[in-house]
Design a protein. Sequence first.
Length: 603
Amino acid sequence: MHLARSIREPAICQLSIFRSCPDINTFLLALSTASPPSTVTMDDTVYLYYRLYDGQSVLASKFPVSTQHTNVSSIDVQDIFPPFTVANITAMILAREGETGSTAAMYLDRRDAMPAAATTTIDIDNGPSTKMSSAIRVVVRPGATAATQAHRSSLVSFPTLARVPWRQTHPTDGLESPPNSTAAVRGYLQKDYEIHDAFFSVGGGHNHTPFHMLTEYALGAAPAHIEAIWKVHLTLEKPAFPSPGQITAATFADHLGERPYYQAYLKFFSEEVLSKGSANTIEEWLFTSKANFDGKAPQMLNRLLAGILHPMLYVGYGVEFAIPGLVAEGLAQAAVHQLGKSLVILPQKMFPTPPSRPDHAFSIASRILLDDRFDDIKPTSLDDVLEKFGDVIYGYAAQWTVDGANAQEVENKVQELCFLNVMLYAVGGWHEGSFREAEFTIMHLVTTSLRLSSLMAIITIPTSKSIFLRAYFARSLGYWISRGRRPLDVRSFFASRTSLSPTVPAPVPTPYASAFPMASSPLAICPNSWLQLVQSALVHPDDHLCKVIRALAHYGSIYGSIPAGTFRTTELKDSEMGRVREGEKDRYWTNDGNHADDPDHLL
């Protein structure tokens, strides 16, 4: 039943699904051995035409309609079995063309900028695709050739999820996922590890599947949510492909920054994590001199913080949920990230850490706000800012140090970073009495800060703790400045927050007379603001929302009781001081490369 259901529902069907059904197998055998006739022999015969591409150029069909149109082929519509959906017909075309294990995106009209949804129904009798001039476009993603299959088989043996303990603890206390959700997440993340690349687009978009699934799992998602997440990401992710060569300890530095070597680095780090454990692997390949400055200067810690900190997210999630495969994926992603000009942010003089100083992160942010050298910076790339102001930014970061041997100081400094980055995001988005902009890049400073506690728990060498926290602080400052160094109007922000309880869009429930604290109180409708926000985040299609809500909810839990005035000794002025569930239109962060730059999609 599961296989039969999978044929009709997945975002992009895999050939392996069809091979599990003898009847379909027999049908495909007959289909693949019969070329379409060059002329129509029956008046009522209708053909569905398709054109093949590989993403860069035309892809020759095994059954071309003519020698002039080698990438065009057709199928007698009578041979297409229902349902007549994009997913089903795409899978048939891939099987017919011998693209074993490949996936594809289908464009129904040449004017379409985005592929058709998997569940879209195609009119196979009267649609435009019944004419060769308006053939549907099928963009094939690289499939599993014999070499690829052999390469992947070496990865399957890595016990990413199937045979490792699943640590149930997570920061979002009190939210339990249904038991079946654990099995669902295990299965999908194992599959993601085996079949997908780390990046889903030429422009550098990262595979967000693990983040999305694990965050919603931690927030209490049901198996249906997990399955829906998988289907969405299956249409985005790029299939894994074999690297040009292998990576060993001896050749480790030879192909850094080269994305075609991602699978080779993944295999290398997978074996490292299996043999040495996550903690020792992280220590060896992020904090030692050989991992940063020796020989060809690998700069692995710099690379971990590249790509808006996504490799760090992978490693952090892997540590938090005890999934060694994610640790390996994060390190492999770091290895293939190019540095650009960002190496200036972590010069060698940060190794080892200088003596601790009392400067607070808020004080350093205040000094940066007063530094007129940054006044003319408009939102730009981190590299552009570092090229001009890298030494200045490092100078500020050097004023903030950590004694990694002092457990209480480490805890305090983690708290500083969490407060700082939430402030840069929330107060920095505040303008003239209202929250105007949830800035996409700064939002990542909030979601990555949630990883700090997990990483501090697994990093045991004091100097490594110090180096990592200072490096993260430096990178946070760099991103904030690169996005325009938004002002921090703390007084206006808090003065305008007359209520911390959000309103519930109509219709709202009518509390019974005995409801606490009283039926007429807003707290009877929304007794816990975070639960309402979590419910909205669980059903929103953008994975960034659930990640930032989880981080903020966690901070509200552990830091919410810190009294006003705690930060009054810092230099920061006044420092003492899209909900789709409800039917609102889904909105996204500004300059999120995953979504169209549409004013209706800005949050």
